[in-house]
Write a protein that binds this ligand. Structure first.
Ligand code: ADP
Ligand code: MG
Length: 282
């Protein structure tokens, strides 16, 4: 049985008269402990897909299933890390994690909880920043806090919506390694949304491209067969990595060209000109 599954899922917004169909007939099967990267252009429906997987939104048609059960609401077994941190600004680093831990493990006693939270703070190297407020943290630190909070809830599935997109290249690389390390150490299922082919190839077991919207859908998947642990410094010289990166990039660019021409046809109609009129436009 598939661990997490999207079955013929469609989702749109707006009233029937001018409905915007974001996703159409999306199918995806994710195995337990698999690391899947969904890659797509901005506005194609990636966050919508995340909301559906998390149970924050319901599909118009089709089903999202986890371990065979239809997902109808959010639950602690599916932990999400959003694009925009979603931290509580009036709570410190420690308290932002604590509030989540209390919710998921209400029976945990205070001394044990303190140790537990500290372990996650150390894991994302926020040690000594425990009492800072989110406003006092850099973007990278906020993202790390967000990751620590999600991990501390021990979700069976980690759903990461462009977790690293707002970061500078160096911090991004550090956090990529961190996420892989945590995933390798403490196996769990990961769905990561990204717009970066290299990031997907470095981290995932499988790369699934989302076509540009409207009516976006998941295309054929690219398996990533590179050995683990993957070393980013040598990967750039690995012929299999280069081949995969080229294949995915070319595929994405072709999709984009196709989508552009479709959009021109449907939304932008050239005026009908008589041959004589051509002189008017030089
Ligand atoms: P991505 O994460 O790939 O950038 P989103 O899933 O956020 O894309 O959005 C896909 C499309 O759906 C966009 O055109 C966006 O404007 C639209 N959309 C997303 N959420 C809503 C909503 N709650 N109401 C109306 N339209 C929405
Ligand atoms: Mg998004």
């Amino acid at each position: 049985m598939a661990f997490l599954e999207l079955h013929n899922v469609s989702k749109g917004y707006g009233p029937p008269s001018h409905r915007y169909e974001v996703l159409r007939d999306v199918n995806l099967t994710i195995e337990e402990n698999e690391f899947v990267a969904v890659i797509g252009f901005s506005g194609s429906g990636k966050s919508t897909l995340v909301s559906l997987l998390a149970g924050l939104e319901q599909p118009d048609a089709g089903e999202v299933r986890m371990k065979g059960k239809v997902v109808t609401e959010p639950g602690p077994q599916r932990g999400i890390m959003f694009q925009n941190y979603s931290l509580l600004p009036w709570l410190s680093v420690y308290q932002n994690i604590e509030i989540a831990v209390k919710q998921v493990f209400p029976e945990m006693k205070k001394p044990q909880r303190r140790e537990y939270i500290q372990q996650y703070i150390d894991m994302v190297t926020l040690t000594n920043s425990e009492w800072k407020l989110p406003a006092e943290l850099s973007g990278g630190m906020r993202q790390r806090l967000s990751l620590a909070r999600t991990l501390a809830m021990k979700p069976e599935v980690l759903i990461l919506d462009e977790p690293l997109s707002a970061l500078d290249a160096l911090t991004r690389a550090v956090l990529q390694d961190e996420i892989i390390r945590i995933w390798e150490e403490d196996k769990r299922t990961v769905v990561m949304i990204t717009n970066d082919v290299d990031e997907a190839a470095l981290m995932a077991d499988r790369i699934v491209p989302l076509t540009p919207g409207p009516s976006a859908t998941l295309e054929r998947a690219f398996p990533v067969t590179l050995d683990r642990p993957r070393d980013r410094t040598t990967l750039n010289f690995n012929p299999d990595f280069k081949k995969l990166r080229n294949a995915v990039s070319t595929f994405m660019m072709d999709l984009n060209e196709e989508a552009k021409s479709l959009r021109v046809e449907t939304t932008y109609k050239l005026p009908d000109l008589e041959p004589a009129d051509l002189s008017k436009i030089g």
